[in-house]
Write a protein that binds this ligand. Structure first.
Ligand code: PMT
Length: 421
């Protein structure tokens, strides 16, 4: 089920030029199945028209505090109570000031005062206004009141100034909104996730690699971040934008990936090792034995050539072996592997789980349609160390990630069970 389907979102718009970007946010949420009630301030209607809001939302624009046709004449109370989430975008300096003081002089500020559930605010203003001590005080007050901020971001402003003040991109606001609605079941936990391919160099211009896009690991990182976890994302060469809030470590080869994960898994003087490791990276099993300093030349008359390979270290096996070593956190740790198979997936997946010693193995048949490398969907069978098997249907990788994070959460809170029914 799409996360946004059936959710009721009130979108409050302040009077700023960034309001045009809010139309894209509304469109994305509507396409995802959310119900949107637009509540512009009078100033916002200088920048977007009621007609464009109504056309995009498919719902009457609420812009008046006193409406005889509203239920009991109290639209602000109904909206404040019914909405799953209130997003204010753009939030101008004036709107933040009125919210911080608890003023209720239009429908939006009145419903915000009556609101008890989550509120996400995306400020947008000139950098000088954002930096002004009055705005800083108002932001602090609102944060203390539980309002969640996203942005503003640095960049060029509509007025020509440069600095911090641009409203966050709609996709960023959407992610912040989703996090505001996700229960924080992994707060205080630190997850190590690997993703993407590795590249094993032959010479300065050639390498051995595979088709991993990083999507599976990225979705797991996002699901963990939404659940409140801290995420260390160690990844090979990919073209995906960094997940908001993740600590990213870019590497190229298997050995570089090992060097990056070891200090995250073992205790350091600064902090204990991670609580959970989920290794989705498609690590090259072998690397060219010799890495030439200069480009390998094609000699005339030679029809065949042989490349000698050396086994790479098995990162999953090493982390699993160390997972029993007590860390300063004193917590039981969990290691999850992913097995990419093309034949007899269950047999090979079980053998890999036993050989590598992890707690869970997510087996995917990478030769099946819609499953494995580069796709947006995946068909996974989860197996536990106790032999229990849980086949999942073909799902968007986002939902595979959510299920896996849910399974791990259950395992953390009920340690004897492996999360497979
Ligand atoms: O990135 P995407 O395009 O979204 O594709 C996702 C995926 C298909 C890459 C992913 O779902 C997946 O299956 N990842 C594991 C790929 C893999 O390397 O499988 P394997 O069966 O060769 O390895 C088993 C496990 O051992 C994996 O967790 C792997 O990270 C780990 N491994 C492998 C070799 C090695 N030297 N060190 C390891 O840690």
């Amino acid at each position: 089920m799409n996360f946004w389907y059936g959710k009721h979102i009130v979108i409050g718009l302040g009077g700023g030029i960034a309001a045009y970007k809010t139309l894209e946010l509304i469109r994305t949420l509507r396409t995802a199945g959310a119900r949107i009630t637009p509540v512009p301030t009078p100033a916002a209607l200088h920048f977007v028209t009621p007609l464009s809001l109504q056309a995009l939302c498919g719902e009457r624009v609420r812009d008046a505090l006193f409406l005889p046709e509203a239920p009991d004449g109290m639209d602000h109370i109904q909206l404040a109570r019914q909405a799953d989430l209130v997003i204010v975008a753009p939030a101008t300096a004036d709107l933040l000031a009125r919210m911080a003081q608890g003023l209720a002089d239009d429908l939006l500020t009145t419903l915000l005062l009556a609101r008890r559930g989550p509120v996400v605010v995306a400020p947008a203003m000139n950098p000088a206004m954002w930096e002004h001590p009055a705005t800083r005080r108002n932001v602090t007050t609102l944060q203390e009141d539980g309002v969640q901020f996203i942005g503003p971001e640095a960049g060029a402003m509509a007025c020509g100034d440069e600095g911090i003040g641009r409203m966050a991109a709609p996709v960023t606001i959407l992610e912040a909104a989703r996090r505001a609605l996700t229960p924080k079941t992994l707060t205080g936990r630190r997850l190590l996730i690997t993703a993407g391919p590795t590249r094993e160099a032959m010479d300065p211009v050639r390498f051995i690699s595979n088709h991993s896009s990083g999507k599976m690991g990225w979705e797991i990182a996002l699901a963990a971040l939404r659940a409140g976890a801290e995420v260390e994302l160690v990844h090979g060469p990919v073209t995906l934008p960094a997940p908001m809030g993740a600590c990213c470590h870019a590497v190229d080869s298997a050995r570089a990936m090992l060097d990056a994960v070891v200090p995250l898994w073992l205790d350091t003087t600064d902090r204990p090792g991670c609580d959970v490791a989920i290794l989705t990276a498609a690590v090259a099993d072998f690397r060219p034995t010799e890495q030439r300093q200069n480009k390998i030349k094609k000699s005339s008359g030679i029809q065949e050539s042989t490349l000698e390979l050396t086994l790479n270290p098995d990162i999953l096996a090493m982390l699993s072996a160390w997972s029993g070593v007590a860390t300063r956190s004193g917590r039981q740790r969990i290691v999850v592997g992913f097995a990419a198979e093309t034949d007899a997936p269950l047999i090979h997946g079980r053998e890999k789980l036993a050989r590598k010693g992890c707690d869970l193995m997510a087996i995917n048949d990478v030769s099946a349609a819609g499953s494995g490398f580069g796709t947006d969907t995946n068909a996974v069978t989860l197996i536990g160390r106790d032999g229990r098997t849980e086949p999942w249907p073909l799902l968007p990788k986002e939902q595979v990630a959510e299920r896996l994070i849910q399974t791990i959460t259950n395992l953390i809170h009920h340690p004897p069970r492996y999360g497979c029914s």
